[in-house]
Design a protein around this ligand. Structure first.
Ligand SMILES: Cc1cc2nc3c(=O)[nH]c(=O)nc-3n(C[C@H](O)[C@H](O)[C@H](O)COP(=O)(O)O)c2cc1C
Length: 188
């Protein structure tokens, strides 16, 4: 697959790191864009983002990436974590940097755009912007980890969100925990 992975300035840099961990670079063409605030959050939460070999990183201010145009064929874009500021700017169609332009392109071309916002609580502006981007075709997957797989560390907890993103992209997640598929089901 040809994928664009972006991070913006919401908490949860680990989600992008785990997504990169699960994608086999030999099987996919992966482009990464980080907003300036994403870099700050990555610094706070991870120290640094480890990019697997073969992953291409683009500057947020550059429009020289192929996915800035709808003429380049891409399969999916994921913004994870996605700040509420970025959700609002996508909803408004500002397109003022590479992440926002690419999101705009994916929506206009009816390509898969997955947003993983993290914020709590929501104000009405957040809620309305989520409705707007959903109506425009984005798939909104709040960073809401699950616990029924009994995660033992932060990585395993983050994976409960990342598995669902991989499902949406149609990429196999062989180790994903699926409810009642791993063991005997309980008697009624
Ligand atoms: C350490 C840190 C954590 C933040 N966490 C969040 C968050 O979880 N959700 C959110 O919407 N904004 C969060 N913000 C605020 C955004 O970074 C800020 O609104 C910024 O303008 C977003 O810009 P961007 O979307 O272009 O990255 C955080 C900022 C910092 C510095």
């Amino acid at each position: 697959m040809r994928l664009v992975l972006a991070a913006t300035g919401a908490s949860g840099a680990i989600y992008l790191q785990r997504l990169l961990h699960h994608l086999e670079p030999g099987n996919h063409e992966i482009h990464v864009v980080l907003s300036p605030y994403a870099k700050q959050v990555i610094n706070e939460e991870l120290g640094e983002l480890k990019l697997p070999r073969g992953v291409v990183q683009h500057g947020e201010k550059s429009m020289n990436a192929p996915f800035a145009s709808g003429s380049a064929l891409f399969d999916g874009m994921v913004i994870m974590p996605c700040s509420m500021g970025t959700v609002g700017r996508i909803a408004a169609g500002t397109s003022e940097n590479l992440i926002l332009r690419a999101a705009d392109v994916f929506l206009k071309e009816r390509r898969k755009l997955i947003l993983v916002p993290r914020e709590t609580p929501w104000n009405l502006i957040h809620a309305r912007n989520i409705v707007t981007v959903t109506e425009a075709g984005a798939i909104v997957m709040p960073a809401s980890p699950s616990f029924y797989s009994h995660p033992k560390n932060f990585e395993e907890l983050a994976d409960t969100v990342v598995w669902r993103v991989l499902d949406q992209l149609g990429i196999e997640a062989p180790n994903a925990c699926r409810w009642r598929e791993d063991g005997p089901s309980a008697a009624e």
